[in-house]
Design a protein around this ligand. Structure first.
Ligand code: ZN
Length: 364
């Protein structure tokens, strides 16, 4: 397969436009036209990962964290990043990163973490605003079904648990074809009146290209009339962190034991226990301390994340229990997520999860 095919299919899972401003997700090393028969998935890339890929004759590494995060000024082998980049280029191994774009989607890093902890009724903890747009188009009434189906299939019309959402109204469209036009219906130089259907629906901005492509392909007119409006509505499918409920409430100690067991972590830093039952839990894989207020506001009993500083533990304020389970530990399932996704998409493509340890944090 071409590297580009893998990049594009990963973008269907988590569009690169959803990554944070500071991030560097996507194809970082390699050419989109390079070919590979397999990929190796990991959380972080170190030199041993490149050696593992080379040993397995694997021309593509897919990592969660980007191998190059900020600009590299030189490649002299002085730092791990410089050595990894040099080695990957020398071995012709491409590297793709699926980072905050995968944190921010419903089927991403936080969903698999939440599911591993047995949480249900999942929703995004802090939803991203300004992502929705409205599409309005007009087409001959006899073709409305075909056009509507095409744009909805391309990803428009999702509201909460509903899909195929649209509004349709009939009216009269007018136009006059110019001398060089070849109108689908009507005559050149004469004003034409046509029974048309106005179809309106909403879509996430990152699907605009494919939806407009589907509209233009399915619409019979030479010149397709359509409007795109920005709208302010919240979009529930994109944002940071996730919140859900345990199927059965448990004690705080039982929940801490569950965390240790599922995340395979020998110790957990946590704020004071409150002596209450645990039912609602917020999670954010990696450095999620910025979401503490959201977790408190949404009445989570626990907030499971990583990289909390000493002073931030005070902010639990007896309203929530912070559980810092370690950065790597909270993101380790991202490898399974990516592997399962690619295996389903490309059943004959060899998808491997790295066996090289990469977590730089040790417990004594
Ligand atoms: Zn991370």
């Amino acid at each position: 397969m071409k590297i580009n095919e893998i990049v594009q299919s990963l973008e269907e899972l988590a569009p690169l436009s959803l990554q944070e401003d500071y991030d560097n997700a996507g194809l970082i090393i390699g050419h989109p036209d390079w070919e590979t028969e397999s990929c190796l998935i990991c959380v972080d890339v170190n030199e041993a990962i490149i050696e593992e890929a080379a040993r397995l004759n694997c021309r593509l590494v897919i990592s969660h964290h980007p191998v190059i995060f900020r600009g590299l000024a030189r490649l002299t082998g002085q730092t791990m990043t410089e050595r990894v980049v040099t080695k990957a280029i020398r071995e012709e191994i491409a590297i793709i990163s699926m980072h905050t774009n995968l944190d921010n989607v419903m089927e991403g890093v936080n969903r698999i973490l939440a599911e591993k902890l047995g949480l249900t009724d999942l929703s995004i903890l802090r939803k991203t605003g300004g992502l929705l747009k409205k599409l309005v188009t007009f087409c001959p009434t006899d073709y409305a079904g075909k056009v509507r189906e095409a744009i909805l299939e391309a990803g428009a019309g999702h509201i909460g648990d509903y899909d195929q959402c649209s509004f349709n109204a009939e009216g009269t469209g007018t136009y006059r074809a110019g001398d060089t036009a070849s109108p689908f219906v009507g005559e050149i130089g004469k004003i034409h009146f046509e029974m048309e259907t106005r179809i309106e629906t909403i879509f996430p901005a990152y699907k605009q290209k494919s939806i407009i492509r589907a509209l233009l392909k399915s619409h019979p007119y030479e010149e397709v009339a359509y409007d795109i409006y920005p709208i302010e509505n919240e979009f529930g499918q994109v944002g940071a962190g996730m919140i859900g409920n345990l199927e059965q409430a448990m004690t705080e100690l039982q929940f801490l034991m569950l965390l240790k067991d599922v995340l395979k972590v020998p110790c957990i830093r946590h704020s004071p226990l409150l002596g209450k039952k645990v039912g609602k839990v917020a999670v954010c894989g990696g450095s999620g301390s910025f979401l503490l207020e959201d977790a408190i506001q949404q009445k989570a009993d626990f907030f499971v994340s990583a990289d909390f500083k000493y002073h931030q533990f005070f902010n639990a304020e007896g309203k929530i229990i912070i559980a810092d389970t370690g950065h790597y530990e909270s993101e380790q399932f991202t490898c399974d997520l990516l592997a399962n996704y690619l295996k389903k998409k490309f059943p004959t493509f060899a998808v491997l999860i790295s066996e090289t340890p990469v977590n730089p944090v040790n417990y004594f």
